[in-house]
Ligand binder design. Structure first.
Ligand code: GDP
Length: 294
């Protein structure tokens, strides 16, 4: 992931390193190239612009122009800004003081909601927290079967009422977890191929009914800026608390990873790196920035 951006930035900074002292127009040229590299990685335009402006401001106030190793100074500024852009410190899941802790998975169809409900449940199980998975995606019967199969695979219970009302299913699922003393509930909801108002209203109703402590927006990294636009809309309607960026094992250019936090204010909490139920990683902005800058 983000290899192409890493290579582009690497080439820009290598050229810089060979140049010795820098003047202001050298810096301006480098920043122009960085901006193009970001846009080619599918970073949202306002994000790329703001990013470059912040670097420019920092560079002016630092020793970049007087340093004997200006390239190193620039790389350090870019690194710090990349970490900041992706949310700074790693964000963790929140747990509810009054169990059960309820997490709502939302996003477009095919983004990886069902798969990541299972991955998350397994992750929590490994930490000693049991989860009840709730199948509230009633429009796609295959989604219920998929969740049941996942539940069997990771040996966790799945609550379903087949084709009933998703709001009622969510509410009943939480009541069932309470009854069984299961501390965590993950609700898998329906998605559509595109945002539609009925889906949003339904999600708002589920939110009101079960008051999830986290609304996790599941975004397909391969869809780049489109994922960011969809995230914005979901955030406006539902107030998302975190993002799970999926399919980062593919050749996603990286725009979503770099833009989604700035465009929504919500941190990326996990990344999906494969189809297997174990293919989930916590998201560390500093590690990804390091990887990008080699
Ligand atoms: P949903 O419609 O949002 O519930 O999406 P699914 O969970 O059914 O996932 C859609 C497809 O994407 C499935 O074929 C998954 O195996 C695949 N998928 C989900 N997450 C990842 C991931 O992180 N990496 C890869 N390579 N495939 C994934």
């Amino acid at each position: 992931m983000l290899e192409a951006l890493g290579e582009r930035l690497g080439a820009i900074f290598d050229r810089l390193a060979n140049r010795g002292r820098l003047n202001e127009s050298d810096v301006a040229e480098v920043l122009r190239e960085v901006r193009v590299a970001l846009l080619e990685a599918d970073v949202a335009l306002p994000v790329a612009k703001e990013f470059v402006n912040r670097i420019k401001e920092k560079a002016v106030g630092s020793d970049v122009l007087t340093s004997l190793t200006p390239a190193q100074s620039v790389v350090k500024i870019v690194y710090d800004e990349l970490v900041e852009l992706m949310g700074g410190a790693a964000a963790r899941l929140t747990y509810s003081d009054a169990p059960p802790t309820v997490y709502l998975m939302v996003g477009l169809q095919g983004s990886g909601k069902t798969t990541h409900a299972g991955k998350l449940a397994l992750r929590l199980k490994e930490q000693g927290r049991r989860t009840l998975l709730v199948a509230a995606d009633v429009y796609r019967p295959a989604a219920i079967d998929q969740l049941k199969t996942l539940g069997r695979q990771i040996d966790l219970p799945v609550f379903d009422e087949s084709q009933g009302d998703p709001v009622k299913i969510a509410r009943d699922g939480v009541a069932e977890a309470k009854r069984l003393g299961i501390p965590t509930v993950i609700i898998d909801t329906a998605g559509r191929l595109q945002i539609d108002d009925r889906l949003m209203v339904e999600l708002e109703q589920i939110k009101a009914a079960v008051k999830p402590i986290e609304i996790l927006f599941v975004a397909d990294a391969m869809t780049g800026q489109e994922a960011v636009n969809v995230a914005k809309t979901f955030n406006e309607r539902l107030g998302i608390t975190g993002v799970i960026l999926t399919k980062m094992d593919g050749d996603a250019r990286g725009g979503a990873a770099l833009s989604i936090h700035r465009m929504t204010g919500a941190p990326i909490k996990f990344v999906g790196v494969g189809e297997k139920v174990t293919a989930l990683e916590a998201f560390y902005p500093d590690r990804l920035a390091q990887r990008i800058l080699g």
